[in-house]
Design a binder for this molecule. Structure first.
Ligand SMILES: [Zn+2]
Length: 506
């Protein structure tokens, strides 16, 4: 049922084929100038309109009114014949089920016939990469000396599986996934025509779930419209339908995590997982909520800020490793369980069973080897904090709290980083060069924290661990920073000014 909507609103003209403007412009120009190639390759992810484009192009080549309209008319006898699949002159072959050499031989015999109705015969080969090598070889001879009346259109999601001999004989077009705006606009348009009122946030969710595929997003919208009892669709309804938690439940779940009530969290989600909760999406949802909370608490509530930061770190690790394990729930629970442990240092991530190549060990950078950081203003007398420990023992949680007390932003940087202390040396594993650079600038703060904990630090090593490298800065932040940096009167080469700007936004 869900595909009905997709078929109903399938693009029938170039104007309706949204998001592929460059391809459309080049194809139109080719027809205008009567420079139609013998073979085309439409390559791109599933659901981006390749087959629709192939049909539109077939009509455009033959349409009576194309020159006049600059698009297909869908009314002339040729357009109609193609739309209603009433002509053998346009042949659609699914290579997934007709992949053998015999199928291609049959096609080749067929090719010699002149078109009966149209100007040219168009052979559309869908999922072309599925053809066998023998079938490709059989086709190759035809492509080398193509008959005048034939146009081949290969459509594929995996162009890298196509033989180079074929690729070199086709004109290639790459189809792109839909952007948030193009997909949401198209869905809103369909919903309107179907007399449904759908909340924009619900459409945004459909976009996110379909990963930019027009077909998948339209199928999902069809499923949603079919399942509602009235003509209004809310975000909450869509979340329920997709086995996701609602916004209010999300806040509840996050509060449990922030408070370290991991057991309650696990028992809450276990029952929901059984009834189809999408865990990967839950992690995404939680991260988005965390980002809002970080922005709210950064200047107002540092304790909460730190707690949310810990949740973020655990979720990011779970998201990263969840991809490699079948039991995503287990991975999530392992990482989140750290939140309930308070002072125990985090565990190493579970070892992957696959024998993947290991990235080369990054070289540790000694803080003392680098140019001396700008001296920070030292506090005359240590401020008494609840997190301070009496003497001599290193523990990560106290260290993070103490650093946070001295310098909030540095506290944010080290939160969730793996830290160890032995033989008076502190080692911090960070997830990126940028963070490493920031921390090196603040070794004074780190030493100060250790001293306050009753330790006598000698060396501080800040090591980039590629295994934990995760992009934690939201795209919007990066864009905002870039815009600021570009417009700000910053001297050329003044890296420090730029990084200060980045810091301001975090
Ligand atoms: Zn026409």
């Amino acid at each position: 049922m869900a595909d009905v909507l997709y078929r109903k609103y399938r693009s029938k003209s170039f104007a309706e084929l949204v998001g592929q403007e460059t391809t459309v412009a080049v194809l139109k120009e080719a027809i205008k100038q009567n420079k139609i190639a013998h073979a085309y390759l439409f390559s791109g992810p599933r659901g981006t309109g390749k087959t629709s484009a192939a049909r539109i192009f077939s009509k455009a080549i033959n349409c009576e009114k194309f020159t006049e309209l600059g698009d297909v008319c869908n009314e002339c006898m040729y357009c109609k014949a193609i739309n209603n699949v009433q002509t053998q002159d346009v042949l659609e072959i699914d290579a997934a089920s007709n992949r053998k050499v015999d199928d291609i031989r049959e096609l080749k015999n067929n090719i010699d016939y002149l078109p009966t109705l149209l100007k040219k015969r168009i052979i559309i080969i869908d999922e072309a990469h599925m053809l066998t090598n023998e079938a490709f070889n059989a086709l190759l001879k035809t492509l080398e000396e193509p008959p005048e009346h034939i146009v081949f259109i290969f459509a594929t999601t995996e162009s890298h599986k196509m033989p180079i001999t074929i690729l070199s004989r086709v004109q290639r077009f790459d189809f792109k996934l839909g952007t948030k705006t193009t997909i949401i606009n198209k869905l809103a348009n369909i919903a309107k025509q179907e007399n449904f009122e759908v909340e924009e946030a619900a459409l945004e969710l459909v976009y996110k779930k379909s990963g930019g595929s027009y077909r998948d997003s339209e199928s999902l919208l069809g499923k949603i419209l079919n399942s509602t009892s009235d003509n209004k669709v809310t975000l909450e309804e869509v979340q329920n339908l997709l086995g996701m938690v609602s916004d209010s439940e999300l806040v509840q779940i996050l509060e449990l995590l922030i408070d370290g009530k991991v057991e309650e969290f696990i028992s809450l989600i276990s029952s929901q997982v059984d009834s189809g909760l999408d865990l990967s999406y839950l992690v995404e949802q939680l991260l988005e909520k965390c980002r809002d909370m970080l922005l709210q608490t950064f200047t107002t509530d540092k304790v909460r800020y730190m707690k949310v930061m810990k949740v973020v770190n655990a979720l990011i690790k779970a998201k990263r490793d969840g991809k490699e394990f079948t039991d995503k729930q287990l991975v999530l629970e392992i990482y989140l369980s750290e939140l309930g442990l308070g002072d125990v240092p985090p565990t190493r991530p579970p070892e992957s069973s696959s024998s993947k190549p290991v990235a080369p060990e990054p070289q540790p950078v000694k803080a003392q080897d680098l140019p001396k950081p700008i001296e920070e203003k030292k506090l005359e007398t240590p401020v008494s904090t609840s997190s301070m420990v009496a003497s001599g023992d290193f523990n990560q949680a106290s260290f993070e709290d103490t650093v946070f007390d001295i310098h909030g932003r540095v506290g944010g940087f080290i939160s969730g980083c793996r830290t160890s202390y032995s033989d008076n040396n502190l080692t911090i594993l960070v997830d990126g060069v940028w963070k490493q650079k920031q921390l090196i600038e603040h070794t004074v703060t780190l030493k100060e924290a250790l001293t306050r904990m009753g330790l006598t630090p000698n060396d501080i090593l800040i090591v980039v661990d590629d295994a934990v490298s995760v992009q934690q800065v939201p795209q919007e932040t990066v864009a905002a920073v870039v815009a600021q940096v570009e417009s700000a009167p910053v001297e050329v080469g003044s890296l420090d000014d730029n990084s200060a700007l980045v810091e301001e936004f975090i």
